[in-house]
Design a binder for this molecule. Structure first.
Ligand code: ADP
Ligand code: MG
Length: 452
């Protein structure tokens, strides 16, 4: 089972509420259950820690049946219980790696802020609405829906709303999730709890501000849409803020429930357009500064050349700058960036992209190692700290996707791993690419460094 700590705590909290109602002696409740918690779920067994070992024995003699029946009411599933004392639990507790997940983690990326979002005619309304909503969530428009083509700043604004709310009121429960992820987690959640209601319960408890990115992923997923509808109604009726993004106006989305479509449009719907030239230039200048370079090192025509060429998509504009900086640092070290340098950089890197024979496993490993400040042998070795393991999975993923290297060969390159381990590594990257903006940035940076 994939429950997160907050899900488990919330489940136990609900069970305890009922236990409290059913025990008529508050002193018994406090003494035996007051500081109990679920240590872990092991299949259908809940392992619960209580303050003393005598307590553990007494509870299991007297209250097992009561707990089983309450747990069944709350979850719709039969659970068994095992009680252990806290000291025992401390010895036995397995060292689990914390993994970020749905309800435990707001999934906000601190790099997306209002302060580094460049405002121009193309995005001013979307920016202003986002700013106001982050100032008074739940009180203005619900939901706010931003839509645009790819790469124009929807995720940036959505995350900025979350970050700004968290900064102002850290205890606010903000959840950022891509609709794609929502669908996956919903399916996983329902298969483990077999009960839609429990998911709604979690929304009731856990979310003050729900930020859902790319709702077009709900198209044709009728069960998830239904669930989303319930959660949506529930949150809006309690004054919780919802902000959504989509790749088109909701009226144009096909394959979506009409009720949901009308809910999506009931608040404020705003579009983000392509930036005009001066906004693109300003975005580019801000990215140059953010990368630690001085705008004065760039000839002005380089700025306007890039801004014009990539004005359809800010992500591509960033990618072009990354390539240019990579070229001027690694391939032709130069301080001043002239038009000649810029066009040579674009030509040169494009030619690497065309000539795949220059791209090798060795080069991928080297570039990934540099990117994460590791040595190539760490990347291919056996150390499993999370950062090194992540770099290793990324290198495997690039090896597989850019060079189409056979899994067995990848396994050999990476220290004699079997092909299942390689598949596992590649999948991890593929999965986090769906939801994790950091992973997306890393892969796109790495690909441009590799000229792909
Ligand atoms: P979308 O979600 O619309 O596809 P993103 O929000 O992911 O687009 O934006 C793509 C990249 O461009 C991100 O790195 C983002 O920070 C950057 N970006 C987009 N618009 C702006 C802007 N107005 N100012 C600064 N950066 C921007
Ligand atoms: Mg996005």
């Amino acid at each position: 089972m994939e429950e997160t700590i907050s899900q488990i705590n919330s489940l136990w909290g609900r069970i305890l509420e009922r236990v409290k109602e059913r025990l008529d002696d508050p002193m018994i409740y406090d003494s035996f259950f007051g500081d109990s918690k679920i240590l872990r779920l092991d299949g259908n067994k809940m392992i619960v820690s209580v303050s003393t070992s005598l307590g553990a024995t007494l509870i299991s003699m007297k209250y097992t049946e009561l707990l089983e029946s309450i747990a069944n009411d709350v979850t719709g599933t039969n659970f068994e219980f095992e009680f252990v004392s806290r000291d025992k639990a401390a010895e036995a507790e397995p060292q689990k790696e914390e993994k970020p997940s749905f309800f435990a983690d707001s999934r906000l990326n601190p790099k997306y802020l209002f302060s580094n979002f460049i405002v121009g005619g193309s995005n001013r309304e979307a920016y202003q609405a986002s700013l106001m909503i982050s100032n008074s969530p739940g009180r203005l428009y619900n939901p706010l829906l931003l839509y645009s083509d790819s790469g124009l700043g929807k995720t940036h604004l959505l995350q900025a709303i979350g970050n700004s709310i968290k900064e102002r009121a850290p205890s606010t429960k903000v959840l950022y999730i891509s609709a794609n992820d929502f669908v996956e987690e919903y399916v996983r959640f329902v298969t483990s709890y077999k009960n839609d209601q429990s998911m709604t319960e979690f929304f009731k408890k856990d979310v003050d501000v729900l930020l859902v990115d790319d709702i077009q992923y709900l198209i044709n997923k009728s069960k998830s849409m239904e669930m989303f509808f319930v959660a949506f109604q529930n949150l809006v009726s309690r004054g919780k803020q919802i902000v959504l993004t989509c790749d088109q106006h909701p009226s144009k989305i096909g394959g979506i429930d009409d009720r949901l479509r009308s809910r999506f449009s009931q608040g404020l719907v705003l579009s983000i357009e392509r930036p005009d030239l001066s906004t693109s230039e300003e975005i580019l200048r801000s990215k140059i500064v953010a990368s630690g370079r001085d705008v004065k090192d760039f000839d002005p025509e380089v700025i306007s050349f890039l801004a014009e060429k990539f004005s359809n998509n800010v992500r591509e504009l960033e990618g072009a700058l990354t390539r240019l900086l990579f070229y001027t640092i690694n391939m032709k070290p130069t301080h001043r960036i002239t038009m000649d340098t810029a066009s040579a950089a674009i030509r040169s890197l494009a030619s690497i992209g065309e000539d795949k024979s220059k791209l090798s496993e060795k080069k991928i490993i080297q570039v990934v190692a540099d990117y994460y400040s590791l040595t190539p042998s760490q990347v291919t070795g056996k150390i499993r700290t999370s950062r090194i393991a992540m770099a290793r999975h990324i290198a495997m993923y690039l090896d597989r996707t850019l060079l189409n290297t056979p899994l067995i060969k990848i396994g050999e390159t990476f220290g004699g791993k079997d092909h299942a381990t390689v598949i596992n590594g590649v999948r991890k990257v593929e999965n986090s690419l769906k939801t994790d903006p950091d992973m997306m940035t890393a892969i796109s940076d790495l690909k441009s460094k590799l000229g792909s």
